[in-house]
Design a protein around this ligand. Structure first.
Ligand code: SF4
Ligand code: SF4
Length: 194
């Protein structure tokens, strides 16, 4: 990716946001001394406009909105390589989780709002059926993202090969799955879960 000059501003500085990230992740961004070992090992770094070490640097400078407006946090695969490689014990994978949570709560301005939409629909499907119902997921995604014809021609092929089912019954343990969702909601209210 081409390096572009980045203009940072006091007006966009939000120290409160950085404190929230630190509280949620349990990791201090001030520990980072920009050695770059996290980015060197990150398998998704090539797809991110801000590699992991730069995400931490932006947070050190209080530029949370710039981080949320980019796609890097949604390209992170939560592999934890960065956390393992960091000589200063910065839990960068945990920081990425915290950033996704804050972006989710704020409903964007993420460039990757389709990722958020796909995540939301995926979870809704699990809650409704107790399992993934791919056809419904694909149809709901196309409707809600306004891409009505996206991958439409793939549907019949996948159905004919038995890779996609037209109908799904609910998981018989749906009650237990609902109880898990309720427990997570309670934990989130108490600040015990992301
Ligand atoms: S490996 Fe750790 S100290 Fe080095 S740049 Fe990444 S977060 Fe900072
Ligand atoms: S957890 Fe995310 S940021 Fe860290 S190395 Fe893996 S993909 Fe990269």
């Amino acid at each position: 990716m081409k390096n572009k000059l980045m203009h940072l501003s006091n007006e966009t500085m939000n120290v409160g946001f950085v404190k929230k990230v630190e509280a949620l992740s349990g990791s201090s961004v001030r520990r980072c001394f920009q050695c770059g070992k996290c980015s060197a090992g990150c398998p998704m770094s090539a797809f991110m406009e801000h590699p992991p070490n730069r995400i931490v640097r932006l947070l050190q400078l209080g530029q949370g909105q710039r981080v949320l407006a980019g796609r890097s946090i949604w390209y992170c695969a939560s592999c934890e390589t960065c956390t393992t490689r960091c000589p200063n014990k910065v839990d960068l994978a945990g920081i990425m989780d915290a950033l996704r949570k804050l972006s989710w709560d704020a409903d964007g301005p993420s460039k990757e709002s389709y990722v958020q939409l796909a995540n939301r629909l995926f979870i809704e499907n699990i809650r409704t059926y107790g399992r993934q119902y791919e056809l419904r997921l694909g149809a709901a995604f196309n409707m809600k993202s306004g891409q009505f014809l996206k991958d439409l021609m793939l549907g019949p092929k996948l159905i004919s090969k038995g890779k996609l089912k037209m109908f799904h019954s609910k998981n018989k343990n749906i009650g237990e799955i609902e109880a898990i969702f309720k427990r997570i909601e309670e934990m989130r209210k108490k600040g015990e879960a992301l």
